[in-house]
Design a protein. Sequence first.
Length: 144
Amino acid sequence: MTRTETLPLLAFALLATACASAAPEAAPPEPSTGVYTDAQAARGRASFQTTCFECHYPSEFRGSQFQFDWGRRTVADLFIQIVDNMPEDDPGSLEDGTYADIVAYILQLNGFPAGSTELPADTATLQRYGLASPLGVGPARETR
């Protein structure tokens, strides 16, 4: 074979190898190891009741519809959505820690277990956690 004949074959072989070894994009890990505390979720519930309850009910943020809308996204996506858009009359007006508390409350509503470390208001860290409902755990019941 001549050099001009082997070059296309080599390029094809490299491309085929690269495609075969490329792993499909994996979903982010679930926060099933406890990425918020019970105390943080309680603060989030209180903040939700004083800030969000005028327009939203906790039931909007749990269950099958929430999983359909958010199950393939990350905790960072939810955090950013809330910070950028809520409260509706003054988006971004809460402290970042308060937004993180509200997200912790939403995780609790969806049956994610609490842990010993608070959920940070750091989107780089939050990006590591997916919102798919934890296996074997149904959404927590909200009491009014």
